[in-house]
Design a protein around this ligand. Structure first.
Ligand code: PGA
Length: 247
């Protein structure tokens, strides 16, 4: 694990974008895992800037997103597809056919989850997966208690997550109760990981993930077992770490 502590959110995003851009330049058909949430928005802005002004070419890049709500069509403004379109895909030269997100409207969810895993394999596996982290240590919709070997599957949202998300919907009842998410095992199979965290409310989760113990009660702690994980954080999110260097 390489822990990279940056002064602020902007610097965190620049560092992460440099790494993503480097991997795309080395391998133009990079298989890139992407995340939603407020954390990666700045990274996506920087990638868009690099595309516009530095010629960063996404024409061969293949993407797989971590998760999607069940029951929301891609046109719904709270779907993760909509989020990805507006925050990244509509502004870069990625081919639509190279974009993959779990299909929240799939008729047979289990069959879809198997298909999604097969697609990732078909492209040779994820080269680089971008991750955010929840204040409770979740990654994607793998909440505390998720099997550390889990694969893409349906998950019930916790009551807390439903409440947290209610602000984006007209009423609590409109918040989706289920999601499709890559499993912890799916994420761990990526050749490289970038975990991003900023703000002090993530400091406990970052400490638990980096300093352990490795436990399903903090799914992000499994990154300690990864061969090549970069944890790029701002100094507020790093404020509870007890060391400067982790090998
Ligand atoms: P956030 O969410 O980026 O909106 O803080 C991160 C996550 O829950 O994975």
């Amino acid at each position: 694990m390489l822990i990279i502590v940056k002064e602020n959110y902007d610097e965190m995003n620049k560092e992460a974008a440099r790494l993503v851009a480097d991997r795309i330049r080395r391998k133009p058909n990079l298989v890139l895992g992407l995340a939603t949430g407020s954390t990666p928005v700045g990274l996506y802005k920087e990638l868009i800037r690099m595309h516009k002004y530095e010629g960063l070419d996404f024409s061969k890049v293949v993407t797989f997103n971590l998760d999607e709500y069940i029951g929301l069509p891609s046109t719904h403004d709270q779907s993760y597809r909509y989020f990805m379109d507006t925050n990244l895909f509509n502004h870069i030269n990625i081919q639509k056919s190279n974009i993959h997100l779990p299909d929240g409207m799939a008729k047979d969810i289990d069959a879809f989850c198997d298909w999604y895993e097969e697609q990732i394999k078909k492209y040779g596996g994820l080269d680089l997966q971008v991750l955010g982290i929840g204040a409770n240590g979740h990654i994607a919709f793998n909440e505390p208690g998720s099997s550390l070997g889990s694969r893409t599957r349906i998950k019930t949202l916790t009551e807390q997550t439903i409440k947290d998300n209610a602000r984006f919907f007209e009423k609590l009842d409109d918040v989706p109760k289920f999601a499709i998410t890559m499993g912890v095992g799916t994420i761990m199979d990526a050749k490289e990981l970038i975990l991003l965290a900023n703000k002090a409310n993530k400091a406990d989760a970052v400490k638990a993930s980096v300093e352990g113990p490795i436990t399903a009660m903090c799914p992000a702690s499994i990154i300690q077992m990864h061969r090549k994980a970069f944890v790029i954080v701002d100094k507020d999110a790093a404020s509870k770490l007890s060391q400067e260097y982790y090998g």
